[in-house]
Design a protein around this ligand. Structure first.
Ligand SMILES: [Zn+2]
Length: 428
């Protein structure tokens, strides 16, 4: 019988702070370039104190508690750089479709009657599923204020991005002003940062992108945006035709005199000035070589959501080309409205199964690159002395005898342990 424990950070923090906890397992991968057999991590308070083999770090007098994960591999906590946890309860509630605008229309309709309670339970479930699957950091999109209040209480490390939508340029100033006022009421902490997410070029005016970019630069606020997600988006931006104008008219979200900029997505975004914020570019499913050069030059990161990409029937995401160009690519699950789990381990398994990709590249995207995309590389993304103790432990199959990575990405492997800043959030 598995016992599941999701501890609240506040209650554990004070008691764990002075303790030295050692987490050991058959394998430890402290970073994508290194694997230690019979590895262990000594955690003191919120930080990683020592990393090595169990024999190296075993100093009995100093250790308060040893957690032996057995036939498992300890990894840096997994980082999900794109999700919408408030959509968790829409799993299997939206009819499968590869028509993106039809999916958006269903999505808007499905939660039209949601109130605070429905949002809260959906976000709470998303937090629980994330923690249980080994995720220690999430970059979540907040469509309502409830995402901020619920996530703030969770033990996860998180950047919560306020989603901003307004295609009418006349509304740009007022929308930004309202956003500033809402965000000023939220207090952050060591585990909780606020960001801004101008939704996408088909739902945000150029004027609003520009205003957000300027405000975010002045306040050192992280930014992300959905971009180059569908061919419809390209048609909308270059010609002003296709399914987006129809959807936006149905939603009464487009002005009669709206004119297309006549640019492809990344070119258009470049014109808004938002690249100087080094944003996370969510999706980038359809980008030209010229656009890849613009992304590279800007220093922006890309959030790749492999199974959501598959759900919508997109093919050939250029993630390998982006990586080869030196662009920082991290992994996201997107929401359960277009995916089956919120597990970054499952995203790695999916990529491992369908692409010829090096296992340490997969792990780099899920950890180091995720941390870099969120500006958290001095805190998390690796198991290294001095960094925050964000770890997970993946239980391995007893019958699988391949190398460590083939065991890790085997269908039978499963996260059994999650620690965020020294706080044991989950132990199965
Ligand atoms: Zn999204």
């Amino acid at each position: 019988m598995l016992e599941t424990r999701i501890n609240k950070m506040k209650t554990k923090e004070t008691t764990d702070k002075e303790l030295m906890i050692v987490v050991k397992a058959k394998y430890l991968i402290p970073n994508p370039d290194n694997c230690i057999e019979n590895g262990a991590v000594a955690v003191k308070g919120t930080r990683i104190h020592h990393v090595g083999t169990f024999d190296e770090i075993k100093v009995p007098d100093e250790i308060d508690k040893i957690i032996d994960l057995g036939n498992a591999v300890i990894l840096p906590g997994l980082i999900n750089i794109h999700t919408h946890l408030d959509l968790t309860n829409l799993h299997n509630r939206i009819k499968p479709t590869t028509n993106f605008t039809h999916w958006v229309f269903q999505l808007v309709g499905s939660r039209i009657r949601w109130k605070e309670a429905e949002y809260n339970t959906s976000i709470e479930k998303g937090i629980k599923l994330s923690i249980e699957s080994g995720t220690t950091t999430v970059a979540d999109i907040a469509n309502t204020e409830y995402s901020f209040s619920v996530l703030k209480k969770s033990p996860l490390r998180k950047v919560v991005y306020k989603e901003i939508i307004a295609l009418n340029p006349d509304h740009a100033k007022d929308v930004l002003k309202k956003t500033q006022s809402e965000l000023s009421a939220i207090t952050t902490d060591d585990l909780f940062r606020i960001g801004l997410s101008p939704h996408a070029p088909y739902s945000v005016s150029k004027e609003l992108y520009q205003a957000i970019a300027q405000f975010a630069r002045e306040t050192d606020t992280p930014v992300c945006t959905h971009i180059a997600e569908t061919r419809d988006e390209i048609e909308f931006l270059t010609k002003g035709t296709g399914s987006f104008p129809t959807l936006l008219r149905q939603l009464r979200a487009i002005a009669d005199n709206w004119q297309p900029p006549g640019l492809i997505p990344i070119q258009y975004l470049n014109e808004t000035g938002i690249f100087s914020n080094r944003p996370i570019l969510i999706h980038c499913n359809y980008v030209t070589d010229e656009e890849i050069s613009l992304i590279k030059f800007s220093g922006a990161s890309v959030a790749f959501c492999p199974r959501s990409h598959h759900f919508f029937g997109h093919t050939n995401h250029p993630f390998q080309k982006l990586l080869d160009n030196g662009i920082n690519v991290g992994l996201g699950t997107d929401s359960l409205a277009s995916n089956d789990t919120l597990s970054i381990l499952d995203e790695m398994k999916f990529l491992s199964l369908h692409h010829a990709i090096l296992p340490n590249t997969l792990l780099t995207m899920a950890t180091v690159n995720g941390a870099k995309a969120l500006g958290l590389e001095s805190k998390t993304g690796q198991i290294k002395e001095g960094l925050q103790a964000d770890l997970c432990g993946v239980g391995l199959s007893d019958t699988h005898t391949g190398n460590i990575y083939s065991q890790l990405f085997d269908a039978a492997s499963k996260n059994i342990f999650t620690m965020v800043a020294g706080n044991i959030c989950y132990h199965a």
